[in-house]
Design a protein around this ligand. Structure first.
Ligand SMILES: Cc1ncc(COP(=O)(O)O)c(C=O)c1O
Length: 438
């Protein structure tokens, strides 16, 4: 221990951000390349979308050539985002994401969704309060709500087997009532419900009716409900001829902003970021939208350390100004995501590996638990390592997603071209076949 640090600094020095980061950076050093490194590895564990970056990059380079940097970029701006950029974000939301009118005064911007989650938790909860997430769920929420704000993560179990969610997420008001009772019995307060829509890792989508029910339930219990739509435009074409049988009742994406607009409640909030739909995680742009005036005021006063750089705001202001480009970009991105998703699903179907049909996101949530002799974390970690050591494929281990069934993994399909992903899937097929033989 280093006594020169605060107690919390010492704790932080011992708390890894992600258990698979080290393996990721190792895998990246030895990346697959068709001719230069054909034995190289396939890191499929970090939620990045690299498919459409060439399109956005070309467009950004053209914009940078056509426009001189305005002087305001070099100065301080409003801590929650420059007024001109927030105006553009509001029109982008209305036209492409939410479908309803957005008042830019209800928006606040921070350096990525991580900052948004961190600050939102800090403002809404007291240390020891509980935030509830339907399991399995994005592991890093735990750190984001806990590291600074001291909130606790509660993984709400709605099912045990992947097959149970083949028609989408199962969360119901009954589950929420049970979680409330459980949390109160432990002497704690259920403070926030977080829904990710489309979901990370399952790619499932919540219908309007469910979102509406949950919002009513939360409002009636004075619980904050937040919907994270960070994958809101990363939709899979469920009508694709090869895919449509997986979706007997496809759900249409319905933005929570519409429900917020109708209910006008101080308990409802919405998160978004450009990290996934625009493959721009490195630009660090995250947003919170809330009709709670005091929340936005607090956010404004606290956001100084997490502001988005003005250069980035300016660049995306230009990108969003060209609505024809944005429209085409979203459409092409969805086509590319669907094609990559299909490459993975074709293999899983052929080998009869269970998976959750995704309606959106960058993932396939799949089940390799047939290879675990017992349902334990240790055996899951061994399988995860064996897969990486034998094939170079690095998946996101189920550990941290808060689920009861071990042996489930998240595969990010959007980091490699179709041709490269085919190679990775050949290796995965070989691994599964060998394991079944032995
Ligand atoms: C559901 C969810 N929220 C937040 C984040 C973090 O996003 P950002 O890079 O914008 O901080 C991720 C990234 O994987 C995510 O999947």
């Amino acid at each position: 221990m280093n006594n020169s640090l605060s107690q919390r600094g010492q704790t932080a020095s011992q708390s890894a951000l992600r258990i698979d980061f080290e393996a990721y950076f190792e895998a990246v050093k030895n990346l697959y390349h068709e001719t230069e490194n054909p034995e190289g590895s396939f890191p499929l564990n970090i939620a990045e979308n690299k498919l459409s970056w060439p399109i956005l990059k070309t467009h950004m380079m053209q914009l940078a050539n056509q426009h001189a940097i305005p002087n305001w970029v070099a100065n301080y701006t409003n801590s929650t985002g420059s007024i001109t950029f927030r105006d553009k974000v509001a029109s982008f939301y209305s036209k492409f994401l939410t479908g309803c009118k957005i008042n830019p005064e209800h928006l606040a911007l921070s350096a990525g969704s991580t900052s948004v989650i961190d600050l939102t938790s800090w403002i809404l909860g007291e240390p020891g309060d509980v935030a509830v997430f339907p399991a399995p769920c994005y592991p890093v929420y735990k750190q984001d709500i806990q590291n600074k704000s001291g909130l606790e993560r509660y993984d709400l179990i709605t099912h045990h087997h992947i097959k149970d969610i083949e028609n989408g997420p199962l969360l119901s008001v009954d589950h929420l009532n049970k979680a409330l009772k459980d949390i109160e019995n432990k002497g704690k307060r259920f403070r926030i419900l977080v829904i990710t829509n489309p979901d990370n890792p399952t790619g499932g989508m919540y219908p309007q009716s469910k979102l509406n029910e949950f919002a009513d339930w939360c409002i009636s219990h004075n619980i904050h409900m937040i919907v994270n739509e960070i994958y809101g435009l990363s939709l899979i074409n469920t009508q694709h001829p090869e895919l449509k049988d997986d979706y007997p009742a496809p759900v249409t994406f319905y933005s929570f902003a519409n429900i917020m607009q109708k209910k006008q409640s101080e308990y409802l909030h919405h998160w978004y970021a450009l990290s996934k739909d625009f493959g721009a995680s490195g630009f660090r742009v995250g947003m919170v939208y809330s009709l709670n005036k005091t929340f936005i005021e607090a956010y404004h006063n606290l956001n100084g350390p997490s502001m988005v750089s003005n250069y980035t705001q300016w660049m995306f202001e230009l990108v969003f100004s060209d609505e024809d480009f944005v429209e085409k970009y979203i459409k092409t991105n969805q086509q590319l995501l669907t094609e990559n998703y299909l490459i993975v699903v074709r293999l899983l179907r052929r080998l009869k590996v269970p998976y959750a049909p995704a309606q959106g996101s960058l993932f396939v949530w799949l089940d390799l638990s047939e290879f675990l002799k017992e349902n334990t974390q240790t055996l899951e970690t061994k399988l995860w390592n064996d897969l990486y050591n034998q094939t170079g494929i690095l998946l996101t281990p189920g550990n941290g997603f808060g689920h009861t069934q071990h042996g489930q993994f998240r595969l990010v399909h959007s980091c490699f071209s179709q041709k490269e992903l085919e190679v990775a899937m050949d290796r995965l097929a070989q691994f599964i076949k060998n394991k079944r033989k032995s």
